[in-house]
Design a protein around this ligand. Structure first.
Ligand code: FO1
Length: 451
């Protein structure tokens, strides 16, 4: 309904004026032309003319600003939103009528906002005058603002698949761990980036959670004849990704550029950012062996060895990839996905600047615990935490994330630990977090967005 779009827009205008500006700029096709966060400055049209004088959000857009009738320019913004529809829930917790009646009246006189409002949900394309705009809508949830997620591993990818059910892809930026990256057969493999990309494209192997569905293994079988390196299985079609990435990097492209190209080729409209274009390698100090590379630990030894320490080689000299810090500072919500805190999230935070950028947004950061009832749902997170002297429970996760995340979502199985999580200074939200499929992932994403 139109009302939901209006209420969300209002909520954003109130809580995240920068995000409203982002959305307005995006509507006009130029996401970068946002200059102000206030509500009292000029809005300029594509020719640099002032459209209205109350909303300082967008500057000099290259496209004309349209009002609800699709007309350009001044004086055509007298659209009265359907106040009677505003009672519909916005999903943001803000009662639009109560909180924003005056503001709504003021904003509704802006050509830009009128355009925004009639485009609100993609379901109802009738404007406040009853005019129909069939070509305009976009997906419900667009007014939540940009969601930034820190991600690594299969659990994160599954959660993100749910997130895309409740968010417009264009509003999602994922910062992905690259500490797992490995060079094999001369090819650069970025497992976490590919897992996110394949999963969100609906192409991942549903049994493993990594690699491609319907994969064939001709190359691996041929390699076995030579007793080549086959403990890390690269499927035939997956190999194309690594060939392409390696070739493009060899041509001088950055990992960010290649990642963007791959995501686009898989039809994704969201931003997938590697944490850094620089090489950062997760390395584990293993009892009786010394230091080994991540995939040697994770795949070759099936994480069945005792870890004494973890380090991220190259991290101190690395730089966040372009767009990472910007996203973290402007997103309306930051999500720490249900990933291994030590092996998937810590490498991202180890890139200089990222941890501070997240901590600066602590109140807007929601983490999801990958530990349920003292055990990791997948992988070695619980064991590893214990080996490194961290409590392998939601309380241990809360302790680890306390400087960064204002809220931790824990599974219902850990409801009895909610108070202990709170005692770590982290607000605890109890909800089902085990994702058997898309329905659970979507429900969890809703919890995170509403937390
Ligand atoms: N995981 C395995 O357990 N065995 C494999 O042979 C394997 C191959 C592989 C190939 C490409 C890829 O993108 C991921 C692959 N993974 C494999 C998963 C990978 O080791 C992990 O997902 C991450 O590095 C941990 O997040």
């Amino acid at each position: 309904m139109l009302g939901e779009g209006v209420a969300d827009a209002l909520a954003v205008a109130y809580q995240q004026p920068a995000e409203l500006g982002h959305r307005l700029a995006q509507l006009a096709g130029h996401g970068s032309h946002i200059v102000g966060h206030g509500l009292d400055g000029p809005v300029l049209d594509g020719d640099g003319h002032v459209v209205e004088a109350h909303l300082q959000l967008v500057e000099a857009l290259a496209h004309p600003l349209l009002d609800a009738d699709g007309q350009v320019g001044r004086g055509r913004a007298r659209v009265r939103p359907r106040l009677d529809l505003l009672g519909e829930g916005s999903g943001t917790g803000l009662d639009a009528l109560e909180a924003g009646g005056d503001l709504l009246q003021r904003l509704s006189q802006q050509a830009l906002l009128a355009h925004l409002l009639v485009n609100g949900t993609g379901e109802e394309t009738v404007d406040a005058r009853g005019h129909v705009h069939p070509e305009r809508g976009y997906r419900r949830g667009s007014f939540r603002g940009v969601i930034a997620a820190l991600a690594g591993g299969v659990g994160a990818a599954r959660f993100l698949r749910g997130l895309l059910e409740v968010c417009d892809q264009r509003d999602v930026t994922i910062v992905v761990n690259t500490g797992d990256d490995v060079v094999l057969h001369g090819l650069r493999v970025s497992p976490d980036v590919d897992t996110v990309t394949y999963t969100l494209a609906g192409a991942v192997n549903p049994e493993t959670g990594w690699g491609l569905a319907g994969e064939t293994w001709t190359v691996m079988e041929a390699l076995e004849r030579y007793r080549g390196l086959t403990w890390f299985r690269l499927g035939d079609r997956d190999l194309a990704t690594h060939l392409y990435r390696t070739h493009r990097l060899g041509e001088g492209a950055t990992l960010s550029e290649v990642t963007h190209e791959l995501a686009k080729a898989w039809g994704l409209g969201l931003r997938v950012l590697p944490m850094s274009d620089d090489r950062v390698e997760t390395r584990l100090d293993v009892e009786g062996e010394g230091e080994i590379a991540f995939q040697d630990y994770f795949v070759r030894r099936r994480h069945a060895v005792t870890v004494k320490a973890v380090r991220f080689a190259g991290a101190t000299e690395a730089h966040p990839a372009p767009g990472v810090l910007d996203t973290l500072s402007t997103a309306s919500r930051l999500v720490i996905c249900p990933s291994n805190p030590v092996l998937s999230i810590a490498p991202i935070l180890a890139v200089p600047g990222i941890e501070a950028a997240v901590a600066a947004r602590r109140d807007d950061v929601v983490a999801v615990s990958p530990i349920v009832a003292g055990a990791a749902l997948k992988g070695p997170a619980d064991r590893l935490m214990a080996e490194l002297g961290l409590e392998p429970t939601v309380v241990g996760v809360a302790r680890l994330y306390a400087p960064l995340a204002g809220t931790l979502v824990v599974d219902e199985a850990d409801a009895d630990l909610a108070a202990a999580v709170g005692a770590e200074g982290v607000r605890c939200v109890v909800a089902p977090t085990v994702m058997h499929g898309l329905a659970e992932a979507t429900a969890l994403a809703r919890v995170v967005l509403d937390a």
